[in-house]
Design a protein around this ligand. Sequence first.
Ligand code: DQA
Length: 138
Amino acid sequence: MKKILIMNGPNLNLLGIREKSIYGDQSFEEYFETLKNKYGAVDLSYFQSNTEGVLIDKLHEVGFDFDGIVLNAGAYTHTSVAIADAIAAIHTPVVEVHISNVHQREAYRHHSYLSKNCKGVILGFGLDSYRLALESLL
Ligand code: DQA
């Protein structure tokens, strides 16, 4: 059974509450349940943190063992050389995900420090971006 971790960064614990016109009205926990039901043959787990170092620790913890990581690093995407370095350091392939189409938004969201070290990037499909990223790892 493939082991895949979905990781969410800062403010994504507020999905369903936060800026609904951009991020939708479903909580990630609820969406994760539908994903788990759909992908019963995958060992799927979920982790969220608002803290950069905690996200890095988690990448180190699973990054030599899991088959794939789906990562929405939130705003750290646009700021964190440290998360980019962690992705480069581990062996597990990481797919970068964004719910919104960041290229239609503020210029400071157009650059990602992470993309270069990721297997690929999926963005702009709402929560379905996570499923598409998962598919790409299977
Ligand atoms: C986001 C886009 C980021 O720019 C933003 O900071 C987020 C969410 C997205 O999923 O669309 O927190 O990663």
